[in-house]
Design a protein around this ligand. Structure first.
Ligand SMILES: Nc1ncnc2c1ncn2[C@@H]1O[C@H](COP(=O)(O)OP(=O)(O)OP(=O)(O)O)[C@@H](O)[C@H]1O
Ligand SMILES: [Mg+2]
Length: 252
């Protein structure tokens, strides 16, 4: 079953075309990695899936009625805001609408605590978010998205500026969530994400590729990024690696 269908999606900001005739079908339970250069339209695509941006042309169909869990791009988050971890997670319940003097139900607090336990961040529950490391904060933001019990989780560069171990921790966490959720993750860790994802989408204004072929051709990647792409193999354990090969199929 396709949980998401995007048909002929074109999005423009004034006279800048950010997405040009995008078609993509995402299956329930799929773990999709979205790659592409800065300004390639990745965030725009995610916001279109969330209904935050209206298409100029085309449509987005979501075959699920629950709210989508969304972890926005890190840089948009104000880390200096004086708020403690538990409250950030509970705010996920309000879907961004901050209500003054809102009292959360005990069931919400219990749910938040259960999620914090499962993500290994319970010990930070009363800490101010300004006192967390980047990786810890990222887990808090994932917890905030999880509190609505979404079927679909969308994460915009959740591992940006994290070290290699923290990246692995986040991807392992996403893989665990993928046991019962559809996961869409934007990443620049081209080599790393291939150990985790089922399919990859290469986006640079147009959709250059979406499918399960991790043996993407060097030319496809160079077309998407507009420059040679360096691929980094990941870890020592057996995993799927993005092999780069030339057009004749010879690995390089
Ligand atoms: N609110 C906006 N108004 C005008 N132009 C915008 C707006 N948001 C994005 N753009 C433009 O649309 C294009 C796609 O931007 P988008 O943020 O979707 O790219 P991205 O792939 O997420 O990039 P990055 O990897 O840097 O996060 C860029 O050219 C950008 O400048
Ligand atoms: Mg972006």
């Amino acid at each position: 079953m396709n949980i998401i269908e995007v048909n002929n999606l074109t999005v423009k900001y004034d006279n800048v075309t950010a997405l040009d005739d995008i078609n993509i079908k995402i299956k329930k339970g799929e773990f999709l990695g979205v790659i592409g250069p800065n300004g390639g339209g990745k965030t725009t695509l995610l916001k279109s899936l969330l209904g935050l941006i209206k298409p100029n042309i085309g449509e987005v169909k979501i075959n699920d009625h629950r709210p989508i869990g969304y972890v926005p791009q890190f840089s948009n988050f104000d880390r200096t805001f004086p708020i403690k971890v538990l409250d950030v997670i509970l705010l996920g319940k309000l879907e961004g609408k901050i209500k003054f003097l809102h009292r959360f139900k005990n069931t919400d607090i219990n749910k938040a605590e259960e999620i914090m336990h499962s993500l290994g961040i319970y010990k930070f529950r009363n800490r101010q978010i300004s006192q967390l490391s980047g990786g810890q904060l990222q887990k808090v933001l994932i917890a905030r998205a999880l509190i609505m019990e979404p079927e679909i989780m969308i994460l915009d560069e959740p591992t940006a500026s994290l070290d290699a171990n923290s990246k692995t921790e986040i991807y392992n966490l996403l893989k665990r969530l993928n046991e019962d959720k559809t996961i869409i993750v934007v990443s620049h860790d081209v080599g790393v994400i291939n150990s985790y994802i089922d399919t990859v989408a290469c986006l640079n204004k147009k959709m250059h590729y979406h499918g399960d072929d991790t043996k993407l051709s060097k030319r496809t990647l160079e077309n998407v990024y507009g420059c040679p792409v360096e691929l980094i193999a990941h870890g020592n354990t057996p995993h799927r690696v993005l092999h780069v090969h030339d057009e004749e199929g010879e690995e390089i």
